[in-house]
Design a protein around this ligand. Structure first.
Ligand code: AGP
Length: 609
């Protein structure tokens, strides 16, 4: 979603602002702008399009000054255009703001302000905040901002700047991320850590309702009531290149190849030294707590939802607890049966997805206990949930989620084993045997990544097809869903995943000569059935790429190509079969010349409903 940066110090602000915004490009945007105070007035430069268009517009006439804010916008209210780009100002130019989120009552506020003579230049909800500040300004910047916050409703991270108060920036947040970078004689504000990591690793992560007065030598944080808040410094342990591409052509490829490490990091602290048990010290769970639930919901969006489908399979199979999975945008509008006997598990890489956050808040309101699985420490979802399990995948910058998915699966696998230990639904021997297979996964993922040439060939051979089908049964079907989404979102090929047994109920009508079908056939319990579905599509002259576990000598008789993954417990195979599907999507996108890390119309973190 939108990216925000702010600078106050002794250096020129503009270069940091533009560089910081470039590190936030992954959030998806359609326009950008900066505002810099030059000692007399605030100069605002903004442009529709990429940051390059903004730089072109500025040219060599870089704004001068040591106080500034910047923004990359992902349009919600008002189409992408120069005048709708942020930053936005009031009538006088005294106040300038940038915003991420939605001001839900902006229309009523705007009508009232227009009646009072305010002149609006944009169609955005954000501009209302600048004029409202002008309207309520009483000479005290902070108290006037607090009055504005009392009047607006919605979700926001906001940074305020004023030529009347050039010694400070003021920022606050509600349901959207905002971090403060602590420098030496300078301080930074950003939506996300990659924007500031090259300047400082010491940060404050703002909580909802907190407001910070950021000066070049001080940072004062207060809560909604204006009381001082003491914050712990959050040391960012990513080094600068960790948020860069690390030698890969795209973030997506880098993050696919980071999966062995991400999976290892996510599991390592959660396996007892003797390898016989899962330990989850971050969870305050015992048998009574677990047995107090009569239902578990897993709620998420997109790839995180697909991970939830696998999580359901794991928890029901190993812990023998009933689980229902739903997409967040549907869940809270179907009046779900949620009460104090419900456990809600939300899954979110960014920890900022608006639909997922809203489902979490609604479930809490209805009395549910909540657990978040997320990759971002201090994210809104992490702080809203009762308990949190972090994936340790490191920053995931590409819009297409890859290492987040595999680390989410690992966490679900370990959580279901942990629940099984508490509930006694798996023998200690079975738990130990599964843990020993689990520990092999990082190396097996590496092995799966070791030879990408066949997949590159398939991508070249079939990358210009406009339709591709993915089929599978049981866990193979859950992975097929994720494979299809990957291909869709980065290569723009129309890909669909189907439960293999469903083909004859309609989809088979679409299977014609030459159409590529990716068939996953790793689940022994349904292997013969899957084979017969493969024969169905072959009989219609489809081209079939089969995915099999090593040692399978049968599948190659019925398909055109076979990709094999290492043998492991069939519960863990999704960790391996998803990797070639991620690579297939990536290379198909390359073949088609797509913008792999920033696919059209998509954002890395969807912080609007
Ligand atoms: C996945 O590749 C997509 N980028 C998208 O579906 C994503 O998984 C979804 O928006 C959820 O994001 P989250 O995990 O940050 O909540």
């Amino acid at each position: 979603m939108c990216g925000i940066v702010g600078y106050i110090g002794d250096k020129q602000a503009a270069e940091f602002l533009l560089d910081g915004l470039s590190k936030l490009e992954y959030r998806g945007y359609d326009s950008a702008g900066i505002a810099v105070y030059d000692g007399a007035k605030i100069r605002v430069e903004k442009s529709v399009g990429r940051l390059a268009a903004l730089r072109d517009k500025i040219g060599s006439n870089m704004p001068k000054g040591t106080l500034g804010i910047g923004h990359t916008r992902w349009a919600t209210h008002g189409r992408p255009s120069d005048r709708n780009a942020h930053p936005h100002t009031d009538c006088s130019g005294d106040f300038v703001i940038v915003h991420n989120g939605i001001i839900e009552n902006y229309l009523a506020l705007k009508e009232d302000l227009i009646e009072k003579g305010h002149d609006f230049k944009s169609e955005t909800d954000t501009e209302v905040v600048a004029h409202l500040l002008e309207e309520v300004y009483n000479g005290d910047f902070v108290s006037s901002i607090r009055e504005v916050l009392r009047r607006i409703e919605g979700s926001y991270s906001l940074v305020f700047m004023s030529r009347k108060h050039p010694d400070m920036l003021v920022c606050t947040k509600q349901d959207n991320p905002l971090v403060i970078g602590i420098g030496e004689g300078e301080n930074f504000i950003a939506s996300d850590i990659p924007a500031i990591i090259s300047r400082t690793r010491r940060t404050y992560i703002l909580n909802d309702g907190e407001l910070a007065v950021v000066k070049k030598d001080s940072i004062q944080i207060t809560n909604r009531e204006g009381e001082a808040v003491t914050k712990k410094v959050f040391e960012v342990n990513w080094n600068a290149e960790a948020a860069e591409k690390g030698g890969y052509e795209h973030f997506m490829l880098k993050e696919i190849h980071e999966q062995p490490k991400a999976v290892r990091d996510t599991m390592s602290q959660r396996i007892a030294k003797d390898g016989k048990r899962i330990v989850m010290d971050e969870l305050k769970w015992d048998a009574d707590y677990l047995n107090s639930f009569n239902k578990i919901y897993i709620v998420a969006c997109g790839t995180a939802y697909h991970a939830g489908l696998v999580g359901k399979f794991y928890i029901e199979k190993m812990a023998r607890v009933l689980v229902e999975v739903d997409v967040a945008s549907e869940f809270r509008y179907r009046n779900p049966i949620v009460d104090e006997n419900t456990l809600l598990i939300v899954v979110s890489q960014s920890g900022e997805t608006s639909d997922t956050l809203a489902a979490l808040k609604e479930s809490k309101r209805l009395g549910a206990k909540t657990l978040a699985i997320t990759n971002v420490v201090g994210s809104s979802i992490a702080r809203e949930a009762d308990q949190v399990l972090y994936t340790w995948a490191g920053p995931e910058i590409a819009v297409a989620s890859t290492k987040a998915y595999t680390t989410q699966l690992i966490l679900f696998f370990m959580l279901s084993l942990y629940m099984a230990q508490i509930r006694g639904t798996q023998s200690p021997e079975r738990v130990e045997a599964l843990i020993s297979r689990l520990k092999e996964i990082p190396a097996q993922v590496s092995e799966t990544l070791s030879d990408v040439e066949p997949i590159k060939t398939f991508a070249k051979q079939y990358g210009f097809n406009e339709d591709v089908f993915y089929i599978g049964r049981a866990l193979d079907y859950e992975v097929a869903l994720e494979g299809a989404l990957k291909l869709k979102e980065v290569s723009y090929i129309h890909a669909e995943a189907y439960a293999a047994g469903e083909l004859k109920h309609g989809t088979l009508a679409l299977i014609i000569e030459g159409v590529p079908v990716i068939a996953l056939a790793t689940q022994k319990s349904v292997y013969e059935k899957t084979l017969s579905n493969i024969k169905e599509v072959k009989a219609r002259d489809a081209v079939v790429i089969g995915l099999a576990a090593a040692g399978d000598t049968e599948l190659s008789k019925y398909v055109d190509h076979v990709i094999t993954v290492p043998q492991t417990d069939e519960l863990l195979i999704p960790l391996l079969t998803v990797v070639p599907l991620q690579l297939l999507a990536y290379y198909a996108a390359i073949t088609r010349g797509c913008d792999v890390d920033k696919p059209r119309n998509l954002a890395k973190s969807v912080t609007v409903e």
